[in-house]
Write a protein that binds this ligand. Structure first.
Ligand code: HEC
Length: 124
C-alpha cells in the first residue's frame, strides 16, 4: 500500500512537471468564451438583482424557473428591458414581479445586468 501511494505520488509529480513544462512552451491560452471586461455597472446590477429578489423567479443566473422565463434568452434590447422593468406585463405583475421606477437608481444597473446575461446566454 505504501509503495502504491509512493508510486501514485511520483506519477502525480511527473504529470504536474509535464503539464507545467507544457504550459511554459505554449503561447498564453486564450480563455473561451473570452473573459468579459469587468463592468462596475453590471456588478452593481447583479447586486440589485438579488436585492430586488429577481432571482427568486428568474434564478440566480437568470436561467429561469417555473415561475419566470429565462432572461439569458430574452429577445428584448436594453431600451425594451428598461421599459419592461418600469411596466412589467400584466402576467409578470400578477405573479409579483416588482416595478422599477424610471427614477430608481437600480434601473440602469439592472438593465446592464440583464443585457450581460443575454450576451452570455444561448444564441437563438
Ligand atoms: C414574482 C416573480 C418575479 C420576480 C420577483 C421578477 N420577475 Fe421578471 N418576470 C416574471 C414573469 C412571470 C415574467 C414573464 C412575463 C410575461 O411573459 O408576460 C417576467 C419577465 C421579465 C422580463 C422580460 C423577459 C422577456 O424576454 O420578455 C424581464 C427583463 C424581467 N422579468 C426582469 C426582472 C428583473 C430585473 C427582476 C428584479 C427586479 C424581476 N424580473 C423580478 C416574474 C418575476
Amino acid at each position: 500500500m505504501k509503495g502504491f501511494l509512493l508510486a501514485a505520488g511520483c506519477l502525480a509529480a511527473m504529470l504536474l512537471t509535464v503539464s507545467c513544462r507544457h504550459a511554459r512552451v505554449d503561447p498564453a491560452p486564450q480563455p473561451f468564451p473570452p473573459a468579459p471586461t469587468p463592468d462596475p455597472l453590471i456588478a452593481q446590477g447583479q447586486a440589485r438583482f438579488f436585492a430586488n429578489k429577481c432571482q427568486e423567479c428568474h434564478g440566480p443566473n437568470g436561467e429561469g424557473t417555473d415561475d419566470a422565463p429565462d432572461l439569458t434568452g430574452t429577445r428584448l434590447d436594453g431600451a425594451e428591458i428598461a421599459l419592461f422593468l418600469q411596466k412589467p406585463s400584466a402576467h409578470a405583475r400578477s405573479v409579483g414581479m416588482p416595478t422599477i421606477s424610471a427614477d430608481s437608481p437600480d434601473l440602469q444597473p439592472l438593465v446592464a445586468f440583464v443585457l450581460s446575461l443575454k450576451r452570455a446566454g444561448p444564441k437563438p
